[in-house]
Design a protein around this ligand. Structure first.
Ligand code: PLP
Length: 386
């Protein structure tokens, strides 16, 4: 039999986050800092809305591009948050943010095209982009003056005449880098000039601790700019298991987006979408409560990781991860395995977040501060002993 998958699939491998997690899931007393989620379930106000929707019989097919009431609520949410007037035709709800990334990649990239990923980056995105047959370039953030930073000139120089897409995630998983408005403007100008589509992943848009939201390209981009924004409910409203997000494209793509949504999922579950509406309309208090908890945990992470001789820790500005470099190791995966079995602390190995990160680890700090402190003390004790 001929192989089922095309040759380029051979280059794809599962994310390294799972390599540690599958070994530690179910382990008694383990501190799970591996996945990108908190330890609290979705707020009751959102769960209750979905339960009520199920009880009311919301179990049928719906509009594949998203329920009109959810899309209307998303317009109001984005308009209010960013002080804009988003054209309703630009908003689509394929299902999860991850699916929105996959759809965006498949809309734009053809085999042999070039796409640049701003790295360190979430590994699933790289797989989605590679799957199109794209030739992937990476451009790395760096640490400067105690913050993660991105050299926009270097990013532009990493593009070539075949570059069709730049993927940028701000606030960033795993570094917590947040791109400010002047850099955003320069980058979008470059994309306009060069006809490059900017895929802006803003799923951590509310995971910032010194302001209400991170800068969004939507705040200044026009309807016809080369911009696709993906966003979702997973992080801000603690809804990772619901698999629901949204996408904002340039104007004029409702029909094509309806086709994509039909073939991928034929719409997100209706009761899930009703939970999402509750998150947008009634979830602000819950969101702020969750965020307050993460801010307390961030302070613990900065205090412990920032004061250890073998840990190069750059304080994150957003998202909910620390991405330190560990001195004196050459293989983060082996170290993470040792840490799991030796100290019951589960972290993600740096190599999976792109080239140049082999001696980094990613630790999700979205855990209650007192428990996080115990986890990080166990981590540093292990480090001291090895
Ligand atoms: C950068 C980034 N983009 C997208 C996603 C996917 O979000 P969702 O759970 O809504 O699919 C994640 C999840 O961890 C992420 O970290």
């Amino acid at each position: 039999m001929k192989p089922l998958f095309p040759a380029n699939f051979e280059d794809l491998e599962r994310s390294g986050i799972g390599k540690i997690a599958v070994q530690g899931l179910g382990m008694e007393g383990v501190y799970p800092l591996w996945f990108g989620e908190g330890s609290e379930p979705t707020p009751a106000i959102i769960r209750d809305a979905a339960v009520a929707a199920l009880d009311a019989g919301e179990t049928f097919y719906n509009n594949p591009r998203g329920r009109p009431d959810l899309r209307a609520a998303l317009k109001i949410y984005n308009d209010d948050l960013y002080k804009i007037d988003l054209h309703p035709d630009r908003i689509h709800v394929p299902a999860s943010t991850m699916l929105a990334v996959t759809i965006a990649a498949q809309m734009v990239i053809r085999p042999g095209d070039h796409a640049v990923i701003v790295t360190p980056h979430w590994p699933n995105v790289e797989i989605a982009l590679k799957w199109t047959g794209a030739d992937i370039g990476y451009y790395r953030q760096h640490s400067a003056d105690g913050k993660w930073a991105l050299d926009i000139d270097g990013l532009m120089a990493a593009c070539n005449s075949r570059t069709k897409m730049i993927y940028l995630n701000s606030p960033c998983n795993p570094t917590g880098y947040v791109m400010e408005r002047p850099e955003q403007e320069r980058l979008l100008d470059f994309c306009r000039d060069r006809g490059v589509i900017l895929l802006s992943d803003e799923v951590y848009h509310r995971s910032v601790y010194d302001r209400n939201h991170a800068p969004s390209f939507l705040e200044f981009a026009g309807d016809d700019d080369p911009l696709i924004v993906v966003n979702g409910f997973s992080k801000a409203w603690a809804m990772t298991g619901w698999r629901i997000g949204w996408m904002v494209t340039p104007r004029g793509y409702e029909e094509q987006m309806a086709v994509m949504c039909e073939v991928y999922n034929t719409g997100a579950p209706s009761f899930v979408q009703l939970g999402a509406i509750a998150a947008l309309q009634k979830g602000e208090g819950a969101l702020n409560g969750l965020r307050q908890g993460y801010a307390e945990s961030l302070a613990v992470a900065n205090a412990i990781l920032g004061n250890h001789a073998r840990i190069d820790h750059t304080a994150p500005e957003g998202a909910f991860y620390a991405f330190p470099r560990i001195r004196g190791i050459d293989n983060g995966l082996a170290f993470a395995e040792g840490l799991l079995f030796g100290a019951k602390v589960g972290v993600a190995p740096g190599y999976t977040f792109g080239p140049g990160n082999e001696t980094h680890l990613r630790l999700c700090f979205a855990m209650k501060a007192d428990k996080l402190e115990k986890a990080l003390r166990a981590f540093t004790a292990y480090l001291d002993a090895h």
